[in-house]
Each structure stands twice: as structure tokens, then as C-alpha cells.
Write a protein that binds this ligand. Structure first.
Ligand SMILES: Nc1ncnc2c1ncn2[C@@H]1O[C@H](COP(=O)(O)OP(=O)(O)OP(=O)(O)O)[C@@H](O)[C@H]1O
Ligand SMILES: [Mg+2]
Length: 327
């Protein structure tokens, strides 16, 4: 990221460039069991392996939607190698940074009797101090992207100044940073200020605000408060089946999600971030990007298991939202 001047707003022509950063990537393992019971061996169906972790899924969803994003992430051990191979097989551009610790594996188990999904999420592999510096250097060495999407949790032992340092470096280069994270990571990032966009869900915003959000007016005023404080330029609050609220300078728009057959909620948030980023990178308006993001999120709901949004579903739902999408 060599440039030091803030880029001008993207205007048509080639789409703007997108890099995603995943600090806690995962190898996702999906399987099924007849019934969940304690104290017995649970014989599982043959596992399916998929790349996992917020930024990685955003890059995969962008690829599925016909766009291009480079996924940057630390990877270690046999699970890290398998993650890279799976991304290569999907054709997702990726730049892994070799680390000593083994990439985590996460287990998604469907109980056939009930259709319920159990998601076991292990802690992300830690990065040594030298690896942290190498990751910052790798980001620094990339051609400056227009958008940097940082999504997912952070490894627990990452020092408190790591994300702020990374964000400060990116904004000095004029990169538009999009953050989809929660808890302390979100708080730290907002304290740096100048984020382009954050995408909390209702629980994450509620946790950040330290209150149960009572009604749409309070929701809108909390989101507006984040913009007014200078922590971020835009806030997109995803509301599950209720759709989403977008607040930015001089704008506030809420739209309902289309009613869809719910197969699996896995990947809804990542698909939404992918949809919004892709549209913005193509030079679309915020209103269009909001609708495309909601369409992509809802398209992920229609897809089975851990599958992300499909292009055809996203386009169809986007068309519907353009005609009918309102608050
Ligand atoms: N039941 C649903 N029906 C229709 N659309 C949905 C439903 N659930 C989610 N969506 C769509 O996906 C978007 C993102 O969903 P959600 O608010 O659940 O994100 P999230 O909590 O960040 O998800 P994730 O668990 O993937 O991180 C919503 O704004 C909506 O467009
Ligand atoms: Mg989410």
C-alpha cells in the first residue's frame, strides 16, 4: 500500500479493487448425525470441507457473484494447506501468510431428526509477534486496494493495538475499510475512527451500545450516533429476516428482507457484506448497494448448508427489491 494520497471516489470504468483480510480463518467441516445424545459415540456422515472465516467467505461470495477479491489470511499446518487448496479449487484469489500454528477447524453438525444445526467454533490460531509484523508488511506490500474488508473474529491473544495499527496504516493510504466484527475488535476499530463502513447485526450493535435496543427509533439513533462520533462513515445494521438499516452522512434507509424459504442462515452476513462491497466497487449508489447486499444475504438463506449466496438467486431477489424494497 504505497500510495499516501486519499483516492478519489471510484467513477465507472474498471471495478475498484477489493482485498479481504481474515485474521482467524478456519477449515469448516460439515457433517450430519441422526440424533444428538450425550455419552455415546455419535457416528457422523462423510464430512464435507469448506474454506471458512469472515473475510475468506466475503471473497468467496464476491467470486460467486462474478466479482474479484483477493483473500489475505494467515495459514498453518495441514488444515491451513487444505484451506488454501479449497480456495484454489474454487478459483478464489488468495494470499496466505505461513504461520507456525495450525489453522483452526470448525465443526457444523446437522441433527437429522430435528434439522437443527450445531456449530462448534474453535479459537483462531495465534500469531507470534514476528508473524503479526509479517502480516502488516504483506498488507503494506500489496498494491493499494480501494476497499479492504476485515471480517471475522480476532485471535484472542492478538495485542490490543494490532487492529488499530493496521487500520491507521490503511486509512493513511486512502483505503476504504469495511469492518464486520464484534466485541472488543469493533470497539477498538471505532476508537481509531474513519472506518468507511461497519456491518454489525442487531446483537453486535446492542453489545456495543451496552443496552437492549428498544425499537426502530432507538436503533436509528444509535447508528446515527456512531456516524456522528466519527468512528465510521456508514453503519449497516443487519436485522436478519427483518432486512437492514443503513445510516450514513445525510442518509438513513431501512429496507425489509424478501420472504424466502429458510434453509440455512450460515453465510448470510458474509454474503451481505460481499454484495454491498461489490456494488460499491462497481460505482453503484448506496441505495443500490444496500439492496444488493440484502438480496445476497437473503440468497444465502435459500442455499443449503454452509453454501454462500448464488448469483442467480441474488439477481432475482435484487430485481424484486428494486421494484418493491422499502422500509
Ligand atoms: N430469515 C431470513 N429471511 C430472509 N433474509 C434473511 C434472513 N436472515 C438473514 N437474511 C438476510 O441476510 C442479511 C444478513 O443477515 P443477519 O442479520 O442474520 O447477519 P449476521 O447476523 O451478520 O449473519 P452471520 O451469522 O452470517 O454473521 C439480512 O440483512 C437479510 O438480508
Ligand atoms: Mg455476522
Amino acid at each position: 500500500m504505497a500510495s499516501t494520497s486519499r483516492k478519489t471516489k471510484h467513477q465507472g470504468g474498471a471495478p475498484a479493487s477489493i482485498v479481504t483480510l481474515t485474521l482467524s480463518p478456519a477449515l469448516d467441516i460439515a457433517t450430519q448425525i441422526p440424533r444428538l445424545c450425550a455419552d455415546v459415540k455419535l457416528r457422523c456422515a462423510l464430512p464435507e470441507y469448506a474454506p471458512g472465516g469472515g473475510g475468506i467467505n466475503v471473497a468467496r461470495a464476491i467470486h460467486r457473484l462474478g466479482g474479484h477479491a483477493l483473500a489475505l489470511f494467515p495459514a498453518g499446518g495441514a488444515s491451513g494447506q487444505q484451506l488454501i487448496e479449497l480456495l484454489d479449487a474454487e478459483g478464489v484469489a488468495n494470499q496466505p501468510l505461513a504461520i507456525a500454528a495450525r489453522t483452526r477447524e470448525c465443526l457444523n453438525v446437522v441433527e437429522q431428526a430435528s434439522g437443527r444445526q450445531y456449530r462448534f467454533v474453535l479459537p483462531g490460531a495465534g500469531l507470534t509477534a514476528a508473524e503479526q509484523q509479517r502480516l502488516l508488511a504483506a498488507l503494506e506490500a500489496l498494491p493499494t486496494p480501494d476497499y479492504l474488508v476485515i471480517s471475522g473474529s480476532l485471535p484472542t491473544e492478538l495485542p490490543a493495538d494490532f487492529l488499530p495499527q493496521l487500520l491507521q496504516g490503511a486509512s493513511r493510504c486512502g483505503v476504504r475499510c469495511i469492518l464486520d466484527s464484534s466485541g472488543e475488535a469493533l470497539r477498538q476499530a471505532l476508537a481509531v475512527g474513519g472506518l468507511f463502513l461497519i456491518k454489525p447485526n442487531l446483537n453486535e450493535l446492542s453489545q456495543l451500545a451496552g443496552e437492549t435496543i428498544a425499537g426502530p427509533e432507538r436503533l436509528a439513533s444509535l447508528a446515527q450516533g456512531l456516524v456522528d462520533s466519527g468512528g465510521c462513515e456508514h453503519v449497516l445494521v443487519s436485522l436478519g429476516a427483518q432486512g437492514a438499516l443503513l445510516v450514513g452522512p445525510g442518509m438513513s434507509e431501512r429496507i425489509a428482507a424478501p420472504t424466502v424459504e429458510r434453509r440455512s442462515t450460515v453465510g448470510a452476513g458474509d454474503s451481505m457484506v460481499a454484495g454491498v462491497t461489490l456494488k460499491l466497487a462497481a460505482g453503484a449508489s448506496w441505495s443500490q448497494a444496500l439492496r444488493y447486499g440484502v438480496a445476497a444475504g437473503s440468497a444465502a438463506i435459500i442455499s443449503d448448508g454452509s453454501e454462500l449466496c448464488r448469483l442467480a438467486d441474488t439477481e432475482r431477489l435484487f430485481g424484486w427489491l428494486q421494484a418493491h424494497g422499502h422500509g
